[in-house]
Design a binder for this molecule. Structure first.
Ligand code: GLA
Length: 663
């Protein structure tokens, strides 16, 4: 009897466990819809590398898996009853065909379950053996595979999740689109009373036309006043435009005021007439990151109009800059007549998308804004349009005649005529255009664009550049933005009033580099980081999205006057990175009034963190007491002595504060 019962139990137990084993199913990740996976370059493929080859890591081939590219994410919904995920991960051999590829590739493979890191491969280089992954999935509902660039840019990061599979018991795992964090607004709207914004110092050359707009937030109608303007200048009390010409060099201390039915605000404003313009970093818009070569007259006007209508203009935003593709292409317009790219006198011609440049700049100036243009020193621009090679003076004159106030001079096509790239070769075309601009009787901000070659920050100012690009082109990914931004740490001593390091244009709002736009792939917190960092860096701020399509989040992000003040501080200092580890950085910028702007950056993309700093690290008197103001929220947090610790900073987010001496 006992024997019978025991046998019965054994049979049932065997049946149950047999049932379990039978119910555990295997799902190969390549069976999922991989079109939901994102890739920083190319597209994610099932059973193939990102380039479409057999998955191969360090000569080991795999018959199945997923091939992708950093920064790549694959999000999978589980029902909490999945058992285990296994895979072999590594950098695909296909990049080893290029010697650079071998050197640059580095991918970190991360497995995240419900926001917690379950596996981290560390930075994997090319031609290292695939690493096995095996993680338990008990209870997990949201499962993410991330191929990250290891923080050094995405170049050559071909990432393989070979033999990737999930063992599960319940419902079949499902691939879903990456979950996008919701935008959230931090900054209160400006009050109705007048508050003067924009730079407190402005430079112009003697004898050149002067144009500056006094800007202020607050209810309209508003009128403006100025006291102590130098001889030759007048202010339009309705628009705040200060125009005229000053002949005498010097530093003029003036006072500007704004008045409405709610009150009156005034602020001192310094005008410096001399050799140096662009005394604070330029703030404006550029067509490239949104429209690329699809830019045209109507799009530029729409953005300029919106700069005024959205009231961005009241926060000091002023330049409207046309990037590449406004000129003609050699021989492409009419191969029969050879439709010229220049007129018979050698003057450059616009293409059909820009029918009347003078009318366009008049329109921009009429709104109280300034206008910018783009060309390069070579025979052609980066997009193969006509450029200034051997026509430098004519082009500079033309830009002045058209009324442009800003020139981005982009190397690209110059490589075909530069010979070598010695320091002298690198400087030559920029010195030449500087000399030409000096002859045209107009203040034109000179933006040197050659991607940081020859350590341009060491000489860009000496050859007369107002700003110089320090890196290659930015894109709207964390690795690109953060890679470029945080790389600027060593360049702080090269930024001065009139001369700025330029880590490239902003990637917030809708971007696309062509006719089709998408919302920036940066998360809201990454966008707060982007603007905070660029402000601390005293970088030019050039919005790269169509302003007429700007959503409320982006508008809020770009209209926080306390944040913009960090960028526009007259001292012109660039922040220094004073604390750095693998997950957090602290940057500090001493402002002209002795207050300290401090950015606490959380580099961890998955977990919030508190970040602290002591006064010694910030270079402050250990016993001193400071009022800590949260600039994004425009709210005082506490007074601190000796040390300050942030509340939790979100993943890839920032706390930007300003420390004021506590009386
Ligand atoms: C280069 C520059 C970009 C942009 C394009 C235009 O890539 O770095 O900022 O101006 O050219 O072709």
């Amino acid at each position: 009897m006992v024997k019978q019962i025991l046998t019965g139990w054994l049979v049932i137990a065997a049946m149950v466990s047999g049932l379990d084993a039978q119910n555990t199913k295997t799902l190969w990740l390549d069976e999922l819809d991989v079109s939901n996976a994102t890739a920083g370059w190319g597209r994610t493929r099932a059973n193939k590398s990102v380039d479409g080859n057999v998955l191969t890591v360090n000569s080991q081939t795999f018959e199945r898996g997923i091939g992708t590219h950093a920064e790549g994410q694959f999000t999978i919904r589980l029902d909490g009853s999945a058992a285990v995920f296994t895979a072999m991960v590594g950098v695909d051999d296909e990049i080893a065909q290029s010697p650079n590829g071998r050197h640059y590739a580095s991918v970190t493979f991360l497995v995240i379950g419900d926001g917690k890191e379950l596996f981290n491969s560390g930075a994997m280089k090319a031609q290292t053996s695939a690493k096995p992954v095996s993680v338990k999935l008990d209870g997990i509902k949201l499962f993410r595979l991330i191929a990250s660039d290891s923080g050094d840019g995405i170049d050559y990061d071909h990432a393989d999740w070979a033999m990737a599979k999930i063992e599960y018991n319940g419902s079949r795992p499902e691939a879903i689109e990456p979950i996008k964090p919701k935008p959230y607004i931090l900054t209160p709207k400006p009050g109705p009373e007048p508050r003067i914004t924009g730079p407190a110092v402005f430079g112009a050359r003697p004898g050149n036309p002067f144009l500056f707009t006094v800007t202020a937030t607050g209810e309209r109608p508003m009128t403006f006043e100025a006291r102590g303007l130098p001889k030759g200048l007048a202010l339009d009390s309705q628009t705040g435009h200060i125009t005229g010409t000053v002949e005498k060099t010097g530093k003029y201390q003036t006072t500007v005021a704004a008045k409405n039915s709610r009150g009156r605000a005034e602020r001192s404003f310094t005008i410096v007439i001399g050799d140096t313009i662009c005394l604070t970093p330029p703030m404006g818009w550029n067509s490239w990151n949104c429209w690329g070569c699809a830019v045209d007259d109507a799009k530029v006007r729409a953005t300029a109009r919106a700069m005024a209508d959205t009231e961005l203009i009241h926060h000091g935003w002023s330049y409207i800059n046309i990037d590449d593709c406004w000129m003609r292409k050699r021989g492409s317009n009419d191969p029969v007549t050879g439709d010229p790219v220049r007129d018979k006198d050698g003057r450059i011609l616009c293409n059909d998308k820009f029918p009347d440049m003078n009318a366009l700049t008049d329109y921009i100036h009429g709104l109280g804004l300034k206008a910018g243009i783009y060309i390069g020193p070579g025979p052609t621009t980066c997009q193969n349009y006509e450029a200034s090679w051997q026509h430098e003076l004519l082009d500079a004159q033309q830009f002045a005649e058209w009324g442009f106030d800003y020139l981005k001079y982009d190397w690209c096509g110059y490589s075909s005529v530069s010979g070598n790239q010695t320091l002298e070769d690198l400087q030559r075309p920029y010195i030449l255009m500087r000399q030409m601009l000096d002859q045209v009787g107009r203040d034109i901000v000179y933006s040197v664009c050659q991607y940081g070659w020859g350590e341009v920050w060491k000489w860009g100012g000496q050859i007369g550049g107002n700003c110089w690009r320090t890196t290659g082109d930015i894109t709207d990914s964390w690795s690109s933005m953060a890679g470029i931004g945080f790389q600027q740490a060593d360049l702080y001593s090269y930024a001065h009033p009139g001369h700025w390091n330029d880590p490239d244009m902003l990637v917030v709002g809708k971007v696309g580099w062509g006719p089709n736009l998408h919302d920036s792939h940066l998360t809201p917190d990454e966008q707060y980081t982007h603007i905070s960092l660029w402000c601390l860096l005293s970088a030019p701020l050039l919005i790269g999205c169509p302003i007429e399509q700007m959503d409320e989040f982006t508008l809020n992000l770009l209209t926080n006057d306390e944040v913009l003040e960090v960028n526009q501080d007259p001292s012109g200092r660039q922040a220094r990175c004073v604390k750095k580890d693998s997950t957090a950085q602290v940057w500090v910028k001493t402002m002209e009034d002795g207050s300290q702007a401090v950015g606490f950056f959380n580099l961890n993309g998955f977990e919030a963190a508190a970040i602290s700093v002591n006064w010694q690290t910030l270079g402050l008197e250990p016993a001193s007491r400071w009022r800590v103001r949260d600039l994004w929220r425009q709210k005082d947090l506490e007074t601190a002595q000796g040390t300050f610790s942030t509340p939790q900073v979100p993943p890839h987010g920032v706390l930007l504060v300003r420390l004021f001496p506590h009386k």
